[in-house]
Design a protein around this ligand. Structure first.
Ligand code: TRP
Length: 381
């Protein structure tokens, strides 16, 4: 594949991604300073690091959702996870933003765990495995600090009775030609995956259905998931529901220097899994791909390149404690004042305590995780 080419779909991320071009190709809007100012104002004067540091960079209809919020009609948050294995730190990105928005704005959160999707999408995984990873992943996600009373989970295989009445109506609106074009399905693609996008749409409309009034939806997600919601947005009005708004993040670079922290295939060292023991975390960070130069002398003279560096991405998402600290790390990297070894030692000092605190929080969620799973439909449809 030529250097300037890349592919981003929900089922494939390949090549070095040009994010500005991707936004144009997808036809989404720039998350500009004016919108960030509005978000800061509704959130009480601060921005989440993920917003302030540009990890979220694109959106659809965020302005409309904020207009309604300011007039007293709150939205709900929706994001999801396809449980194909342990979570790694990049998987936390949408949920960290949701947690922040929930804490600031008091809005409900809906999480979808798609154990069906991952079984259909991955040949090597058994049903038992996707279901088991679904539960394990859910503990990790809830441990980020979601409010047990305002957080609801659709665990697809277990929540199907709650989802299906709406899925029936959604599925009828989606022609096969659309999913074939949008997701690039082949004649050999199994029909589970062909139907699946209907299930990913259902949570967007579910609260409106349950409450019998229009409840706006905001979806923080990786930009690779946008194709699903283009389908959703096309059919929403025909079903009498509002189009969901979206906030898109960039994909975070993998530790082996790839554009996304994907571990599909045999690339466990490309990501920091939340269940990696400290020694493994240490090893993966030490060997991680950086934007450094080949010799110390060169790096002192020319500086390094943070934009391509997988360790810089760790600072950027959550390990820099303040935007000032993040700016400092970036300056010291670019100027050559800080070498990669030192930078790695410093970030490890943040990662280890983060893992320890996460393990404790995760254990606590086991008492209430079950109670968040929605199993019944609100009413017949
Ligand atoms: N398809 C997503 C994945 O493979 C899971 C998912 C379901 C999702 N619903 C979502 C992601 C809503 C973002 C927003 O991981």
């Amino acid at each position: 594949m030529p250097a300037e080419e890349f592919v981003v779909t929900p089922y494939e991320v390949k090549g070095r991604i040009d994010y500005a071009r991707l936004r144009e190709m997808f036809g989404t809007q720039d998350l500009d300073a004016a919108l960030l100012d509005r978000l800061r104002a509704v959130a009480g004067g601060e921005l989440s690091p993920l917003l302030a540091r540009g990890v979220y960079y694109s959106h659809r209809d965020l302005g409309a959702v904020l207009d309604l919020f300011e007039k007293g009609s709150p939205f709900f948050l929706y994001s999801g996870r396809g449980p194909s294995g342990p979570l790694h730190t990049s998987h936390l990105v949408p949920f960290e933003l949701c947690r922040w928005l929930q804490a600031r704005l008091g809005v409900p959160m809906y999480i979808q765990i798609t154990d069906d999707e991952k079984y259909w999408a991955r040949n090597g995984l058994s049903r038992e495995e996707t279901a088991r990873w679904g539960m394990e992943n859910l503990y990790d996600l809830l441990a980020l600090g979601f409010d047990p009373k305002r957080t609801h989970v659709f665990f697809d295989s277990r929540s199907i009775a709650a989802l299906y009445p709406l899925a029936i109506r959604v599925a009828r609106k989606i022609p096969y030609s659309t999913v074939k074009a949008v997701f690039g399905f082949e004649p050999s693609t199994n029909i589970g995956l062909v139907f699946y996008t209907a299930l990913q749409t259902v949570p967007c409309f579910w609260p409106s259905w349950a409450e019998g009034r229009t409840v706006p939806c905001l979806i923080p997600c990786g930009i690779d998931q946008d194709p699903h919601f283009r389908v959703t947005r096309d059919i929403a009005e025909g079903l009498g529901y509002p189009k969901p708004a979206l906030l898109h993040s960039q994909m975070l670079p993998g530790l082996l220097g790839e554009s996304a922290m994907s571990t599909t295939g045999d690339r466990a060292d490309n990501a920091l899994f939340l269940n990696d023991p400290p020694k493994v975390v240490e090893r993966k960070v030490r060997q991680a791909f950086t934007g450094g130069r080949t010799t110390v002398e060169e790096q002192r003279r020319l500086g390094a390149v943070p934009e391509v560096c997988s360790v810089w991405a760790l600072w950027r998402t959550r390990f820099a404690r303040s935007d000032e600290e993040f700016a400092q790390v970036t300056r010291d990297c670019r100027s050559g004042a800080m070498l990669c070894g030192e930078c790695k030692s410093k970030v490890l000092e943040r990662i280890h305590p983060f893992y320890a605190a996460h393990a404790v929080a995760r254990e606590r969620t086991k008492e209430w995780a079950e109670s968040t799973i929605v199993t019944t439909a609100p009413k017949p449809l």
